[in-house]
Design a protein around this ligand. Structure first.
Ligand code: ADP
Ligand code: MG
Length: 241
């Protein structure tokens, strides 16, 4: 038993070490990303543009991995404070961010807002990571034969709900049952940490996550919901106004 315990302590220590390294790598990576962006904006547009595009994509992949590791190790080094904010605004922000790349690949990604003003309470950056993970998975899923990714924000039973649907291949039973298993991936270059991280963040915010067949588009449908907060994003109590 004691041996088990010390093994677990050792594992936890490795996790903290990994998180510490992840945190230290993230800062220089951010500055490299910034300078690449500057070079792209200022430099002449020749064949090197394609190289920069690859560099940028790979940096974003590294950033994503580091962020996932930091969440999973429960590494608390965030200067972010919880706040009240409109979930719809974040969903639209993520869709706008992914739109150029999606369009280049012939995929239509759009956002439907049925609850534009609904607010939730929590770490905005983290919840953005949730939406980004789900949208990226959807875009990766449709790359074979699909054409659409639909994001919808609505309010239901005191919760603000975001659905991310695609018309990709959907979720066969063996995939569906392993979605949240660490390192489970069906992709050549996947980490298998995205959905686990997503679930962790959602549950840290007293929310729920579910995965199903999309009734609308026929591919996968991921649904995340967070308790609606009673406050507007300016901190004013809705009941007061
Ligand atoms: P990764 O994206 O690195 O593979 P994730 O945890 O994000 O890791 O996803 C795990 C697996 O879940 C994916 O490899 C894929 O098989 C499946 N999956 C996730 N989202 C979708 C989707 N929208 N459509 C089909 N399969 C999906
Ligand atoms: Mg993923």
């Amino acid at each position: 038993f004691e041996e088990e315990l010390s093994k677990r302590d050792a594992l936890a220590a490795v996790g903290q070490l990994a998180a510490g390294i992840a945190h230290e790598i993230r800062n220089p990576l951010t500055s490299v990303k910034g300078f690449i962006q500057l070079i792209r904006e200022r430099g002449s547009v020749d064949e090197t543009g394609a190289y920069f595009s690859v560099i940028q994509t790979e940096i974003e992949r590294m950033e994503g991995l580091l962020n996932d590791v930091l969440v999973l190790a429960r590494f608390r080094h965030d200067s972010h404070m919880p706040e009240h904010f409109q979930l719809a605004e974040e969903a639209c922000g993520v869709v706008r961010l992914l739109e150029p790349e999606a369009n280049r690949r012939g995929i239509a990604i759009y956002c439907e807002l049925l609850a534009a003003d609904s607010t939730v309470y929590g770490l905005k950056q983290r919840i953005r990571q949730v939406l980004l993970n789900l949208c990226k998975n959807a875009l990766e899923a449709v790359s074979d034969n699909g054409t659409k990714v639909a994001v919808c924000v609505l309010e239901k039973d005191g919760h603000v709900v975001v659905t991310v649907e695609d018309d990709g291949p959907g979720l066969p039973p063996e995939v569906q049952s392993s979605l949240f298993t660490p390192f489970f991936t069906t992709k050549q270059d996947g980490t298998g940490l995205g959905l686990l991280t997503t679930k962790r963040i959602v549950e840290d915010h007293q929310g729920h996550i579910a995965a199903d067949q999309s009734p609308l588009l026929g591919g996968a449908c991921f649904t995340v919901s967070f308790p609606a907060s009673r406050f507007k994003s300016n901190g004013q109590n809705v009941a007061d106004s």
